[in-house]
Design a protein around this ligand. Structure first.
Ligand code: C5P
Length: 237
């Protein structure tokens, strides 16, 4: 029997009230939320504390990309505030990823705190092969590039990667089935594509056996977000 992917709802908003009321409206239907750049910059810790008080899990999506020492400092700070998943850019390089992963492990053991899952961002789902021309990169396909970045993340000791669901099989083939995949760019049949390019339906993401699906606007901008979640779950049957 195939495992159903966990839905992570992306709380991309400038209104703390609307983020909090969405969490209340979705209740038991959703246990994982993503706090990203837009909401974290405005009210990060308040929102994270609210989610924790409501026994929700938190994916802190700040996509760290800096020199190795700074990124290692950022991921250990994220561990201190008690989030469950954090991420860094694979394009920051192998040394940066290694320093973040070993630094995080060492820090959490020393402090006796639960280690958040450390995830690498491969290629943003808003980008496609045009990006290679733009950056003068010599890759034949997005899949080839994502596989390369994912394997670097695996070698550096990360727990998984963010990629399009289209690349889950390639990632799992090269890094093993336990290597986690978090996939945004999910578009149910009732939703618009928005700015996402490498999109996949919930049903296909499920059949491709991703571990987590990140879904924002199809739920948060729906006139009835709880119904949107039910429809997405229905599509996965
Ligand atoms: O609204 P939508 O479903 O497109 O939201 C997707 C979320 O996933 C956004 O918060 C976006 O920042 C995030 N994300 C993404 N592509 C990645 C990594 C994160 O769309 N590769």
């Amino acid at each position: 029997m195939l495992k159903k992917p966990e839905i992570i709802v992306a709380l991309d908003t400038k209104s703390l009230d609307s983020a909090q009321s969405l969490v209340k409206i979705l209740g038991e239907k959703i246990s994982y939320y993503k706090v990203g750049l837009e909401s974290f910059v405005l009210f990060g810790h308040t929102l994270i504390d609210f989610l924790k008080k409501n026994e929700k899990k938190v994916f802190l999506d700040l996509k760290f990309h800096d020199i190795p020492n700074t990124v290692a400092g950022a991921v250990t700070s994220a561990a201190e505030i008690g989030v469950d998943i954090i991420n860094i850019h694979c394009q920051g390089g192998l040394e940066m990823m290694k320093k973040a992963s070993f630094g995080l492990k060492e820090y959490c053991i020393k402090k006796g705190i639960v280690q958040p899952k450390l995830i690498g961002v491969t290629l943003l789902t808003s980008l496609d092969s045009k990006y290679f021309e733009e950056m003068k990169l010599n890759w034949n396909s997005t899949e080839e590039y994502v596989k390369h970045l994912a394997y670097n993340a695996f070698k550096a000791g990360l727990d998984g990667v963010v990629s399009s669901a289209q690349e889950v099989k390639a990632v799992k083939d090269i890094c093993g089935t336990d290597f986690l995949t978090i996939t945004p760019g999910i578009r149910p049949s009732f939703a618009a594509d928005n700015d996402q390019k490498r999109i996949v339906t919930p049903k296909d993401a499920y059949l491709l056996q991703t571990d987590y699906m990140v879904i924002g606007r199809p739920i948060t901008k729906h006139e009835n977000p709880a119904l949107a979640v039910d429809l997405i779950k229905e599509e996965m049957k």
